[in-house]
Design a protein. Sequence first.
Lengths: 495, 100
Amino acid sequence: VSPGDRPARGELRIGHGPQAGPPIPTDAEGIARSVNGGASPEAALKAIFEAADRADGLNQFNAFVSTDTAASLTAAAAAPRDGRLAGVPVAIKDNIATSFLTTSCGSRILEGYVSPYEATAARKLREAGAVLIGKTTMDEFAMGSSTEHSAFGPALNPHDTARVPGGSSGGSAVAVAQGLCPIALGSETGGSVRQPAAFCGVVGAKPTYGRVSRFGLVAFASSLDNVGVFGRSVDDAALALEVISGPDQAHDATSASASPPVLRTARRDLRGVVIGRPREYFSESLDTAMHERLGRAVEALRAAGAEVRDVSLPHTALAIPTYYIIAPAECSANLARFDGVRYGLRIEGDGLQAMYEATRSRGFGAEVTRRILLGTYVLSAGYYNAYYRKAMQTRELIRADFDRVFAAGVHALFTPTTPTPAFRFGEKAEPLEMYASDIFTVTANLAGLPAMSVPIGRVRGLPVGGQVLAPRLDETTMFRVAYALEAALGPEAHR
Amino acid sequence: MPVTRDDVLRMAALARIGVPEARVDELVRELSAILGHMEELRRVTEVADRRAEEAMPLAADEPGAVPLARHREEFAPATREGFFLVPRLHTHGDDVQGAS
C-alpha cells in the first residue's frame, strides 16, 4: 500500500521479512483467481489490514465512517470461494444498505443506523465472494462535490491532503486510490463517482440509468440516482459493473437487459469507432495544462484507430441550472421521510409538528437544508411553472442534443471529467461555486447516459480524468474506449 | 426574483424544518443567488410538448397534512393493534403468505 500514489499492480504479503507469506495479487481478478484456486479468502484482507497498520491505519485519509476488521474477516471466511470476486476486499458508500456496518448517509439524522436489509448491488458483490471492509465517507445524503458536507468529517485526497477527494462518493475513491481495495461502490446523481475518480486518479463508472438496481440505495433524486463503481483499473471497474448489473425482482425500475459484456470483450482497438469531441466542453476558459492533457488523450484515441470528430451539444450551458432545480425538487420529496418517526434521530418537541421541525433542523446539515428549501420553493404552486416545469423541458433539450449526435454516427463522446484538478478545502465556500464544478458530469445524469472517468495524467502534480460517454445501454462501447485510452496512455495516465 | 424572509419561513414550514432566526438572512441571500442563476432557463424559447403536464392540478401550498381523497377504509380495510394490515412484500424474503 503506498498512499499518495497509485499502487502499481503488484503483490501484497502477509507479514514481512523472512517470515512473509506467499505473494497476494492486488487486482480483483487476480485475488479471485487465487481464491478460486484454493488460497484463503482472508489472505488479501489480512495483508491489507497489516499494510494499513504499518502506515497510519485503515482510516489514514478518513475514507471510512465505519469499519469492523473482525467482522470483515468473519465475512471473508464465510464467503463463497468459487465466485468471480472471491476474497476481493470492497468498500461501499454509506448510503448503500449492507448486511453489516452502518448506513448513515453521512448524516446526523441517521447516525449509527444499521439497515434491516441489504441493497441488491451489495448483495451481488457479497454473493460473488467480495468482502466488505468499510462504509465510506460521503457528503450528507450525497449532496456535495467534496465530502466537506459529511457530518463525520471529510475524506482527504491522498495525493495532497490539503485538497478534497471530490464527492459525494469521495471516501470510496480514496479507499481505492489508497490501495485498500481494487473495487468500491459509490452512487451518482450528478457526477458523484466520476468527479472523485478524476480527483483521486482512479477509474469511476456510472452505468445507464436503471442498469443497476437502486434497491437499497437511499434515494436522493430518484430520476437521476445510480449506483456506480470505482476501480484501480478499467478491468476492476468492468468486473464490478458486470457483477452488480442486471434485472432485479425487488426493483421494477431496473432495466430488464442482462449485464453488459464489458470485461475484456470490450478490450479491442478503436478502428471503426467515431468519437465526438463536444466543443462546449473544451472552452478557452479551461486551464492550459488541462487542455494539454486532454489533447494527448485525444491523440492516444486517434492512435488506437478512432476517428475523432468535433460535435456540438448546444444546451450544455443550461445543465447546471436544470440539474439544480430537478435534484433539489426530488430531494425535498425523498427526504421528507426522515422526520424522527421511523428512522434515526428524534428530538422531542411540543407536539408532532414541533418534533418534526426540531428533528430535521438538528439532523440535517446546512447543504441538505438549503436543497430541501430550494426544492420546496421550485415545486410550490406559485413557482412550479417558472422553475420546475421549465427545468423538465430543458432536460429534454439536453437529452435531445445527445440523441442527435449519436444518431449522426458518433459512437462515443470524449470530454474532461472536471474543469480543474482537486480544489483546496474551503476554496468553494459559496454554494454556486461548488455547483459549477459539476458542469461536465451532470449532463450524463440528466440524459440517463453511461459515462466514466479514466485517469489521463496529472496537472500540477494532481490527477485529472478524461470522461467517456456512450448511448444508453451501450456500456460495451464506453468500456472499449476506456480500455483503449488506458492502454494507449500507459504509465503516462498517472504522471 | 429575490427570495424574501417570508419565503424562507414559508418553505421551512412546508418542509417541516426548523430554521434558527440567525440563519434566515443567510438563507435569503444564498437562495436568491442560486435562483438568480436559474433565471437562465427563462431564456429557453424551445418548448417541449407538455400539454399533459399543463393539465396537472397543483396542490395548494399549505403546511400540514393533506386530507385523504378517499376514506381510509376503502384502501386499508383491516387493522390490528392500531396498525394497518398490508400484503407482505416480495422483498421480505420468507414464505409467509397473506397479510401481517
